[in-house]
Design a protein around this ligand. Structure first.
Ligand SMILES: Nc1nc2c(ncn2[C@@H]2O[C@H](COP(=O)(O)OP(=O)(O)O)[C@@H](O)[C@H]2O)c(=O)[nH]1
Ligand SMILES: [Mg+2]
Length: 256
């Protein structure tokens, strides 16, 4: 049936009919040219409605590649991965956003399964590296320990039993980003203590738990990165995320 209501009530965001929800694949890339060349051809354009790449100011020819292939992309103006999200979200047209790293860590063939799962009625579905038999080949001892520790802490403080609260590979309602205040500078105040710029995923996981949102996880292995360097700042981010988890425990904002 045709919908004549489009102007007053745009379908984008919070769609009443989940099966018609549009999906944006949002790809975060900073100097991932080898990964992009290997991974992008494995993504079927028909799986999603929009592919948007947020480039962190790559100097390895990424922009030339994206240009030549005709991908929609932007180069973030402020450094640090969370600014890719803050600058990218206004460009997202989908009702649902699937975040993805093109470094080999995200198995492209999981994309349709994640979309199918979230449409069952979840606010967010995570491609968990630790649920059931899934495993990460990208972890070292420190990140393996850190990831598990953060799951335990979030479970204790924020009452949701995540098996993977940190991973980028996940799909959620686009509006969640704003409903959970992730676009606000003050949500990241803790960064100043550690002189860094952090990611958004831990805070997204924490506040979704505090708001008692419908959260799903499906197990997917994480292959190791194809080439290039990891940008993760283990000590600074670990400390900042830990502090954030405790501050959010004492904060009554974004709690239901
Ligand atoms: N746009 C953008 N992407 C970034 C930035 N930092 C890291 N990335 C991308 O984010 C993804 C995850 O980073 P990575 O270092 O692999 O983290 P890890 O997988 O947790 O070890 C990769 O695709 C990176 O290229 C940034 O400042 N801006
Ligand atoms: Mg990675």
């Amino acid at each position: 049936m045709e919908n004549h209501d489009n102007f007053t009530r745009p379908k984008v965001n919070n769609p009443s009919d989940k099966s018609e929800a549009k999906v944006t694949l949002f790809i975060l890339a900073l100097n991932e040219i080898d990964g992009l060349k290997a991974i992008m051809p494995q993504i079927e354009p028909g799986w999603v409605d929009q592919i948007l790449i947020g480039d962190g100011g790559s100097t390895d020819g990424t922009q030339d590649y994206l240009e030549a292939e005709g991908y929609e992309y932007f180069v973030q103006s402020k450094p640090g991965i969370r600014h890719a999200y803050i600058e990218g979200f206004p460009k997202i047209k989908g009702d649902l956003v699937l975040t993805f790293s093109p470094d080999g860590n995200c198995i492209p063939s999981a994309i349709p399964a994640l979309i199918e799962e979230v449409k069952k009625g979840y606010d967010m579905v995570i491609a968990s590296r630790y649920k059931d038999d899934a495993k990460s080949s990208d972890d070292d001892l420190i990140t393996a320990f850190g990831n598990k520790m953060f799951n335990v802490i979030i479970h204790l403080l924020h009452k949701h039993p995540y098996t993977d609260c940190m991973v980028i590979y996940r799909i959620y309602r686009t509006q969640l980003f704003y409903e959970l205040g992730l676009e606000k500078e003050k949500s990241y105040r803790v960064e100043k203590l550690y002189n860094t710029v952090m990611g958004i995923e831990p805070l997204l996981s924490i506040r979704a738990a505090k708001m008692k949102m419908r959260i799903g996880e499906i197990p997917f292995d994480e292959p190791e990165r194809i080439a290039g360097e990891r940008k993760l700042q283990i000590i600074r981010w670990g400390a900042a995320y830990l502090t954030q988890m405790f501050l959010e425990f004492f904060s009554t904002h974004y709690r239901r």
